[in-house]
Design a protein around this ligand. Structure first.
Ligand SMILES: NC(=O)c1ccc[n+]([C@@H]2O[C@H](COP(=O)([O-])OP(=O)(O)OC[C@H]3O[C@@H](n4cnc5c(N)ncnc54)[C@H](OP(=O)(O)O)[C@@H]3O)[C@@H](O)[C@H]2O)c1
Length: 311
């Protein structure tokens, strides 16, 4: 699998990162056991994936810690997060220190490579910048974390209000941004700025629900047609042109490759609790870009969409 430079961090992760959250949470949300979730992490390492994204709220930090136990610490990159809100109110700087210590314990490690503020809402951004960034800088200084990250709450913020603000500050070294075939608005609103500043980028929502479930896809397409945000799409069979010889093997294959080859996107996160999906997605992220005319067609169809995420 290709390695990429994660912005200016000096880290060179695999282009595919294992997403340990999302709707699947390594399968835990679909009734899989902890042992099966650990197996996903171990298999990812065996495939050559070395970037693992988890969070305090996913309930998978311990699983990542166990799955990576037999691996040399500096051969993998661990990314985790904590939200601005905690115990029904905004968290303070000292509390953030405690939460990072708790993550370190669950992950069975003494440092976190990328520590993000998780799903930051626009209304909380100024507070995060003033109260929590100083705490993050102290944690970095103390060697508990290596790089500062921020992730947007894509579902309520599909037009990237938070990250559009965050790219104007100089503290962030990594950003996690929602981007997929259906909502490509990060191309104009986030990626030019992350590229200019050398901020590493992690793509979330490449597939999510709408691109892994035909009914969910039809629902989203109907909504976009109703709102006249798209045209030139067959509502019953909206993306059928992707599954053809010399294009893609499946909708998920197309969706991951679309994100993989987006200029300015460093890592594509893929979340799964299913070993077959994990291996298929790994293969997709090693394949070449979709044919240029297909990428152009997808860009033309969805260029006006910034209100849905495919969640
Ligand atoms: N605000 C934030 O910070 C935030 C928000 C969302 C996500 N994230 C991070 O980003 C990661 C990626 O997001 P995600 O997990 O939602 O992403 P995703 O990779 O776009 O979608 C994963 C979903 O698609 C299904 N899937 C995956 N591969 C498939 C395949 N080949 N065929 C059919 N279905 C497939 C998975 O179910 P199966 O288990 O059945 O494979 C899962 O439900 C998360 O895991 C998390 O680490 C962060």
């Amino acid at each position: 699998m290709d390695s990429v430079a994660l912005g200016k961090t000096g880290l060179t992760p695999s282009v595919m990162g294992l997403g340990c959250g999302g709707h699947s949470r390594l399968g835990l949300s679909h009734g899989k056991s902890e042992a099966e979730a650990i197996e996903i992490v171990v298999e990812a390492v065996e495939l050559g994936i070395n970037f693992f994204d988890t969070a305090e709220t996913y309930g998978t930090e311990e699983i990542v810690g166990i799955g990576l136990q037999g691996v040399k610490r500096d051969s993998v990159i661990i990314s985790t997060k904590a939200g601005v809100h905690w115990n029904d109110r905004r968290c303070t700087g000292p509390e953030l220190h405690d939460r990072v210590e708790a993550s370190l314990k669950r992950l069975k490690t003494d440092y976190i490579d990328v520590f993000h503020l998780h799903g930051v809402m626009f209304e909380d951004y100024a507070y995060a910048r003033e109260e929590l960034v100083p705490a993050l800088l102290q944690l970095k200084e103390a060697g508990k974390t290596r790089f500062l990250g921020i992730t947007e709450a894509f579902a309520p913020d599909p037009g990237h209000r938070t990250l559009s603000q965050a790219v104007q500050d100089d503290c962030w070294e990594v950003m996690m941004v929602g981007f997929n075939i259906l909502n490509q608005s990060a191309r104009q609103r986030v990626l030019p700025f992350t590229k200019e500043k050398g901020i590493g980028t992690l793509c979330m929502f490449a597939v999510r629900r709408a691109l892994s479930n035909d009914d969910a896809l039809r629902e989203v397409i109907d909504l976009l047609l109703d709102q006249q945000l798209i045209s030139d799409v067959d509502p019953d069979n909206p993306l059928e042109f992707l599954i053809a010889k010399d294009v893609a093997y499946s909708l998920q294959d197309a969706a991951y490759r679309f994100c993989r080859w987006e200029p300015g996107m460093d890592i594509v996160l893929s979340g799964s609790g299913n070993l077959q999906h994990l291996r298929a997605n790994f293969e997709s992220l090693r394949r070449p870009p979709l044919p240029a005319e297909i990428t152009e067609r997808l860009t033309a169809i969805f260029s006006g969409v910034d209100t849905i995420t495919g969640n």
